[in-house]
Design a binder for this molecule. Structure first.
Ligand code: NZQ
Ligand code: ZN
Length: 384
């Protein structure tokens, strides 16, 4: 196991009814800005619950944060924060609202050009306090220090990380997810699944605890994901998916092990240029990447085949191929397509993806830093 330092500082309030506890976990004298997306929280009663809990607090609202949160919208929120002397941000929604709010928190305290935060997150020296009420289990943003921001005008979708934007608390009430459309449930399950594989399907370092945790998350998502589509109001199913998604990217399974993350980086360029949902890009790239990197990932792929998919028959190569096919089938079973051509994206787009990877300095990806631009092009081609 590699050395690691781990500080899981977000307080988690999990379960039905936990939104009411907002009244006690946000300081009474705070000037709170509730940030949200396109209005799902108004339709499903979550905003009503938040307002009821905060009836004795001073609250303001900023809505309209888009899926793949847009830089220009977030800058408007920063102006609002200054104008109303906001000192606490409460993100209510999915990963996009949470990520956008992290950016607002950092940008509100930064004097220079706000895009500097994306280019070099070490410029973030402080941020407004923030907390979250999560309504879409997927990204893990509720318990991590990362965020992904999109600037559509320039075709950029980039991540930044800073301990200053770590949410102080995460309220996880599985009943808030009952109103999710099926394709967003599927997106969440696939995103959490791929967060886990990014930290598990690399090379062995003798990290048995992390491996077993990761396998537990993968098995839970495989078992519960399809159930959530067929039985949307099953509390236990929703609870297990919600906790899996948080655990997949809160730092725990990634501590002391190598990380890949190439699937995410190649996927972000597809979203930036073609607007696909984040998880759709992952379902396209992961199977292609696993096939191209079979040799480098041999031992962990075999372990994955045996422990996660129960594949024990055939040669090692056959077991690995069966496991990759099972992964693809799982994504398809969740209703997510697994090829670029399914979205009418052909080989003519690959040079623009490569150009953007180059521009973003993503030229040495993967757990061995051996995925250069040429190999990225091979992976995109295999994903056609
Ligand atoms: O905007 P509203 O009206 O709220 O509707 C949203 C949105 O249209 C809807 N939704 C959310 N909760 C709902 C609901 N609809 C009905 N009922 C509910 N309970 O779902 C739509 C998608 O929401 P979004 O927040 O965009 O989805 P997700 O949580 O998948 O977030 C995706 C974003 O997170 C980034 C992605 O790149 C993408 O920009 N990621 C962030 C990460 C992080 N911070 O650690 C890591 C991830 O790998 C990922 O890159
Ligand atoms: Zn993701």
């Amino acid at each position: 196991m590699k050395n690691f330092s781990l500080h899981l500082a977000t307080k988690v309030l999990f379960g039905e009814g936990q939104i009411a506890n907002l009244k006690d976990i946000i300081p009474k004298d705070a000037r709170i800005l509730i940030t949200y997306g396109g209005g799902s929280i108004k339709k499903n009663g979550v905003l009503e619950q938040v307002n009821a809990a905060l009836k004795d607090h001073t609250i303001f609202e900023f809505g309209g944060i888009e899926p793949n949160p847009q830089y220009t919208t977030l800058l408007k929120a920063v102006t609002y924060v200054h104008a109303h002397k906001i000192d606490f941000l409460l993100a209510v929604g999915g990963g996009s609202v949470l990520d956008g709010t992290k950016f607002i928190a950092a940008a509100a305290c930064y004097k220079g050009d706000a895009w500097d935060i994306i280019k070099d997150s070490s410029v973030i020296k402080s941020a407004l306090a923030l907390g979250s009420v999560l309504t879409l289990p997927a990204t893990g943003s509720e318990m991590n220090a990362g965020a992904v921001i999109t600037r559509i005008e320039t075709g950029d979708k980039q991540a930044f990380h800073s301990p200053h934007v770590l949410p102080r608390f995460a309220i996880l009430d599985p009943t808030t997810t009952y109103s999710l459309p099926a394709h967003q449930v599927a997106n969440g399950v696939v995103d959490a699944f791929v967060h886990t594989t990014e930290q598990y399907l690399t090379y062995p370092v003798g990290a048995k605890v992390q491996d077993r945790f990761a396998e537990g998350l993968l098995l839970t998502l495989i078992e519960e994901g399809p159930k959530a589509l067929h039985d949307p109001k099953n509390y236990s199913v929703r609870a297990n998916i919600m906790w899996s998604a948080t655990m997949a990217l809160n730092g725990l399974i990634g501590a002391g092990v190598p990380g890949d993350w190439a699937t995410h980086m190649l996927g972000h360029e597809i979203t930036a240029l073609h607007g696909l949902d984040h998880a759709q890009t992952l379902a396209i790239i992961l199977p292609a990447l696993l096939r191209i990197k079979k040799t480098q990932k041999h031992e962990k792929l075999l372990q994955y085949a045996q422990r996660v998919w129960g594949i024990n028959e055939g040669s090692d190569a056959e077991k690995i191929e069966k496991a990759i096919c099972a992964t693809e089938n799982f994504f398809q079973q969740m209703g997510i397509l697994t090829h670029l051509s399914d979205y009418k994206i052909d080989a003519s787009s690959i040079p623009s993806f490569i150009e953007k990877l180059k521009e973003h300095g993503l030229t040495k990806l993967g757990e061995h830093s051996d995925i250069g631009l040429e190999e990225s092009a091979i992976i995109y081609t295999a994903a056609l």
